[in-house]
Design a protein around this ligand. Structure first.
Ligand SMILES: N[C@@H](CCC(=O)N[C@@H](CS)C(=O)NCC(=O)O)C(=O)O
Length: 214
């Protein structure tokens, strides 16, 4: 498989992490999303939404949406349960991640670090409050179990880990959430865990480069 990737994207990092843990060989195509690499006609044919990651499975066979990619790659492994209820619980957290984690701490980290928002902006305050609420939900859930779903480490943990482990970069204090912090350590202790998430480069700053975000 071939992965169209952006090094500073945690949506891409979650796919790189799963590929490493499943020891799946792949070709990485590194894109600079702030230098127009996702704005070409060729990229638009692979993903009209012009976002990374994109997984190429063959000619004209492209998978977009990071969590769909996780589900595809993990099929048949311990990281995606076969049992119907357990699998639905994994889906629950994949959906929660996109609906509650990404727009709050993920979006806030990106906008603060790249100068699109400052800490006191109303939008930043709103996202921070949402981040704290989201960490509270995770903390309460994890105070009674080791992993998010199916009583074991799954792609749900990989997906939720990707943006939550850098909540501090969004100015969110995660220290009160002790069950969440213990879960982060358990995720980091899994075999073949790796972290190659890079900081945003200078051209990610507002008005410094090209992107769907402007
Ligand atoms: N829901 C999508 C979101 C993907 C997304 O927003 N990717 C960002 C990087 S995190 C991107 O490639 N943006 C392109 C741009 O800014 O031009 C997913 O999970 O794959």
């Amino acid at each position: 498989v071939r992965l169209y990737d952006y090094a500073a994207s945690a949506n891409c990092y979650k796919v790189r992490l799963l590929l490493a843990q499943l020891e799946i060989p792949y070709e990485k195509v590194s894109l600079d999303i702030f230098d127009g690499d996702t704005l070409t006609d060729a990229f638009g044919r692979m993903n009209p939404a012009r976002t990374t990651p994109v997984l190429e499975l063959g000619p004209d066979r492209h998978l977009t949406e990071s969590n769909a990619i996780l589900a595809y790659l993990a099929e048949g492994s311990d990281l995606l349960p076969e049992d119907r209820f357990d699998r639905a619980q994994v889906l629950r957290w994949l959906l929660f991640e996109q609906a509650d984690v990404v727009p709050t701490m993920g979006g806030l980290r990106f906008r603060l670090v790249t100068g699109r928002l400052s800490a006191g902006d109303p939008d930043a305050e709103r996202r921070r409050a949402g981040a704290e609420e989201t960490l509270g939900v995770l903390d309460a859930h994890l105070s009674e179990r080791e992993f998010l779903a199916a009583d074991r480490y799954t792609v749900a943990d990989i997906a939720v880990y990707a943006y939550t482990h850098v909540a501090h970069e969004a100015g969110v204090d995660a220290s009160p959430y002790t069950a969440f912090a213990a879960w982060l350590a358990r995720v980091e202790g899994r075999p073949r865990h790796m972290n190659d998430l890079e900081p945003y480069p200078p051209n990610a700053s507002v008005k410094a480069g090209l992107s769907v975000y402007g």
